[in-house]
Write a protein that binds this ligand. Sequence first.
Ligand code: B3K
Ligand code: ZN
Length: 876
Amino acid sequence: GQIVHLADYRPTDFVLERVDLTFELDPTNTKVESRLIFHRREGVDASVPLVLDGDELTLSGLLLDQREVPASQYDETGESLTVRDLPAETPFELTITTFINPEANTQLMGLYRTNGIYCTQCEAEGFRRISYFPDRPDVLAPYTITIIGDKAANPVMLSNGNFLGGAGYDEGRAFAAWFDPHPKPSYLFALVAGDLGVVEDTFETMSGNEVTLKIYVEHGKEARAAYAMDALKRSMKWDEERFGREYDLNIFQIVAVSDFNMGAMENKGLNVFNDKYVLADPETATDQDYANIEAIIAHEYFHNWTGNRITCRDWFQLCLKEGLTVYRDHEFSADMRSRAVKRIAEVRHLKSEQFPDDAGPLAHPVRPTKYREINNFYTTTVYEKGSEVTRMIATLLGADHFKSGMDLYFERHDGQAVTVEDFVKCFEDATGRDLTQFSLWYHQAGTPLVTASGSYDQTNATFTLSLEQMIPATPAQPNKEPMHIPLSFALISDTGSIAAPAEVKGGEVTGDVLHLTTRNQIFTFSGISSRPVLSLNRSFSAPINLHFDQAPADLAHIARHDTDLFARWQALTDLAIGNLTQAARDVREGKAVTCDPVLTSALLEAAGDETLEPAFRAQALTLPSEADIARELGSNNDPDAIHAARQAVLTAIAKAGEETFLHLIGEMAISGPYLPDAASAGKRSLRNIALSYLTYAEETPARLAAAFADADNMTDMAQALTLLAHRFPDKAETSDALATFQARFDNNALVIDKWFSIQAMIPGAGALARIKALMDHPRFVANNPNRVRSLIGAFAFSNPTGFNRPDGEAYRFLAEQILAIDPKNPQLAARILTSMRSWRSLEPQRADHAHAALMTIERAPGLSADVRDIVERMLK
Ligand code: B3K
Ligand code: ZN
């Protein structure tokens, strides 16, 4: 792959007016006839040829205005079709006929087959695998689609837009025609055909249009689409109420497929989903599955405005649609569930997934300026940090001004392909605020480090806060400018009330937000009559690392009194992380691990506080993960020491809190049928975390085996099985439970994925042998992305001790797997390889082994552009 630079962007030479596609479906030889109407852009010289993108296409016909184009007038390479001598002034019609092989398409990009269903994935550059086309997001046109196929095999034939008509005709064939009036880029094209079951409903939009809603699933799975349908209707309503956005076609369809490279895809009017994010019932789905379905259904639906109606000018602008749409789905889930608990989950995810990206060799800005393989830029930086940047705009401007900016964006850019600058300008124009410095968040990679120190002056009743910001060097960005960092704060008095300062000097303050804009900045709060405890970066107002040396007692004070629940959780986490990192150092030095009683009592106090919602209390009890501890330690990491340290701290808390945990298990029991709502899920999570603590203090699996047997829903069952397997991997109770689970859900691949993952994450030296054995299991399908992710992905990403075994055997195993997956599915291979992104922060022996495994990959012949890009950046 060539490096693509943002600076090289220029508009196309030809303007595409209309697209008319006819598909004659055949599993191995599908014919695609594409009629494209173009005109030469004003000012473009008549000698300039038209260059179209293509990939693995067999060209069988090329007509210009219905006349065959002579071979001398065009050139075909593996990647492009160039047509010369095209009309200078008048529009012209190009008719391109290509043949493609959906059955052989293992990359799952373009048109492919999954379980006998035809299905497409075109983002980012998959449409060029269907037909020669200007396959870039700034080429927008209305599409007419005709699908012709075997009638018996394809009772369902779908594409974007509104249904025009269809019928059966001769020789067992049928056709269906669709028209999408909304101009769209090719990456939003979709086609689905096959034999599927359907669930139907309707939605009445705010201006009274009735929209038909259909969710297509494999026959027999219809009942499991009910929750997705409910989530869709709630999403449609919420987008009207919160953002004033109404749906714009008379039908909205979702198709669930079982082979899919990612979560889902927002094709106009025809979203295609990984069935993992559609199908749910109490017997087979966990609370987390339900929450994911709700969030992803919403996310893809919200793209209809943020992504589809207003799309990206080029792929460098990916965060324009992804960061913004993640922000919107976060707000939706916050409104549907508990805002504080949702925020905690977001921040946990951001820190565990995005912070390591930003701190390692793959770090890149939210709005990158160059790429070699765009598929490798669908990252947590573009998505989650992109969402945080949007969230900071809302924090800086306030809710009303943020809304004016969004309204202006929708009004000004509807129907266009735009840039991040266009987006930011809407907020500037709507509010008069200059966001130049703020925009550095889009351009500078790396997680800013803010160091804070406070001092109280009794005589003058002032509190002084010194802040310093530093943005670490990242690939190609050695030096950084100071950024505009919004820090929500509260001064908590010794009695626990929030103190209102008479005056704040040293910089801009809006509401409870300090604006940190220079490298060093000192804020002085006056009229503070007693020593306050400062709570900083409440709600995680900025995605930063904060170094603020606060005494455990002060953190406990925040944990007890802050009115911002998120900040209370954060204080507990800060308290815990200090303890856990010290414990890891102690294990490393052969010292005994201690658990600070301040931590234990703060945790147990939160756990038992009945004024707090159970879901929050469960979050409070969930200690930072081993990966969190590794990140905090930063370098020279020994995953075994970290694991042992965390286990020791857990055990200490378990012993101290036995009574609390036993009490919670009784208190949080739910009688009656399973309901997936947030309140019930919160009770289950508190009960299950209490259960897990109890097991740390116990030597036998009896309690867990009973919990497994008693479970009447997948949340409790999967949790009991996880605890059994991770805590007692070699006991008969565990193998019995694993066998029972496997037998019971043998015909449900999504549940078997959980079974694979639970075993893949069993810590310790036995992990690799277990993975290898499971790869031979009849239910493991090496070509199915969900299976691969739940076994190999879960092992590499989420089993720190098993994967990072000191002899490096697992790194070599992963390298082999990457090289085996790559020729079939480069995107999947590249994604799983990113699990090694933090290899440099390992202790030297492991780091050497990791390095050697990466070198093996780098030297292998015939690497895909995807894997080559990742491995080279990781080794730089
Ligand atoms: N836009 C898609 C992701 C496409 C990934 C292409 N490699 C799903 C989403 O973000 O909604
Ligand atoms: Zn998205």
